[in-house]
Design a protein around this ligand. Structure first.
Ligand code: SAM
Length: 328
């Protein structure tokens, strides 16, 4: 199951590359990117994919093919998820000077690159399964553009779980189901007194109830002042809503993949209840994000990129994904 879960990162990467290729991302306006970083954003992602080919032709083939068969509704979804999280990060960074970002289940996410460049006091810690971060570590060190952007050496680190151990960027191997090990590593890599953003982007949906509950409570308790940003699918709670059950059976049939809590936290309210100890929780589905948080100028820009005639399909999909922000 671990291997199957790790491979979901290739879906996330191919969706991101497709959205970049069709012009949805980057959104300089909402991601706060100056022109040079917007260009680099595209370049970093392309180079990451090309370097992935050197280490795994199979993974490259999967990502490349999925990227080419992406539909406009999927590009909208990737845009909303990426921009929604980035806007929440930028808001928090605007209000706090020294911040650390902990990206749980980071996969191939490269958002640390522009963030580290734009915010000189920021530190980023990324965590994923050992196999996933080992591959990411190899790619970041092999590719000259990525290596230079992070100031890495070409040689890989030793066998420590902290594969990249810089002052401002750490790439860490850990099974997040193991809360003791997660806590130990966070103790060595982060500071409980610094305002902290925790990101779980399509992570908790692959974890079991007990482990995800324990992860949320243990990690939140470590930081005096924090913002947890979580993005996930929800199964749907209306009597006739079959989105979740169909998604679960499709995933099981096509990949033997499970989303154990998709139907447990099947509504915005139930999903948000996981952070009930946190004083300030805001949760929106992504359809609400599109219609209330994306300015009209930006929506016009998106409409001009590709013809989207499946508006009802977009609505059904996006009402089944949420962005949750819990601040304490
Ligand atoms: N967050 C990234 C993004 O959105 O681009 C990757 C999302 S991918 C769908 C899910 C990621 O969570 C994978 O990289 C997977 O390896 C990681 N993951 C899932 N369960 C994990 C666990 N128990 N420990 C560490 N990583 C985990």
């Amino acid at each position: 199951m671990e291997r199957i879960i790790q491979q979901t990162d290739y879906d996330a990467l191919s969706c991101k590359l497709a959205a970049i290729s069709a012009g949805y991302l980057p959104s300089s306006a909402l991601q706060g990117l100056p022109v040079d970083l917007a260009k680099k954003y595209t370049q970093w992602h392309r180079e990451y994919l090309l370097t992935l080919k050197k280490f795994s032709r199979r993974a490259f083939g999967k990502v490349d093919q999925a990227m080419r068969s992406s539909f406009p509704v999927m590009n909208y979804g990737t845009y909303l998820r990426t921009v929604g999280i980035d806007v929440a990060i930028l808001d928090f960074l605007g209000a706090n000077e020294r911040v650390q970002v902990v990206n749980l289940g980071c996969g191939s996410d490269l958002r640390m690159l522009p963030l580290l460049m734009m915010f000189p006091h920021l530190r980023c810690v990324e965590i994923d399964y050992s196999d996933s971060v080992q591959l990411k570590n190899k790619i970041l060190r092999e590719n000259g553009t990525l290596r230079n952007a992070l100031g890495l050496s070409e040689d890989s680190a030793d066998s420590s779980p902290v594969l990249v151990d810089q002052e401002r960027y750490k790439l860490v191997a850990c099974d997040l189901n193991d809360v003791l090990e997660t806590t130990r590593l966070l103790d060595t890599c982060t500071d409980g007194d610094i305002p902290t953003i925790i990101i779980s982007e399509c992570l908790l949906c692959y974890m079991h109830e007990k482990e995800s509950h324990s992860l949320i409570h243990t990690v939140s308790a470590k930081y005096t002042h924090g913002l947890w940003i979580s993005y996930d699918p929800i199964g749907g709670s209306q009597p006739n809503d079959r989105f979740g059950t169909i998604m679960q059976s499709n995933l099981k049939e096509s990949r033997n993949l499970e989303m154990p809590t998709l139907m447990t936290y099947n509504s915005k309210e139930k999903y948000a209840s996981r952070w009930s100890i946190t004083p300030n929780v805001i949760i929106n589905d992504m359809w609400e994000v599109l219609n209330t948080q994306i300015p009209e100028t930006e929506r016009r820009r998106l409409r001009a990129l590709q013809f989207l005639d499946e508006l009802e399909e977009l609505k059904v999909m996006q009402t089944h994904y949420i962005l949750m922000k819990a601040q304490w």
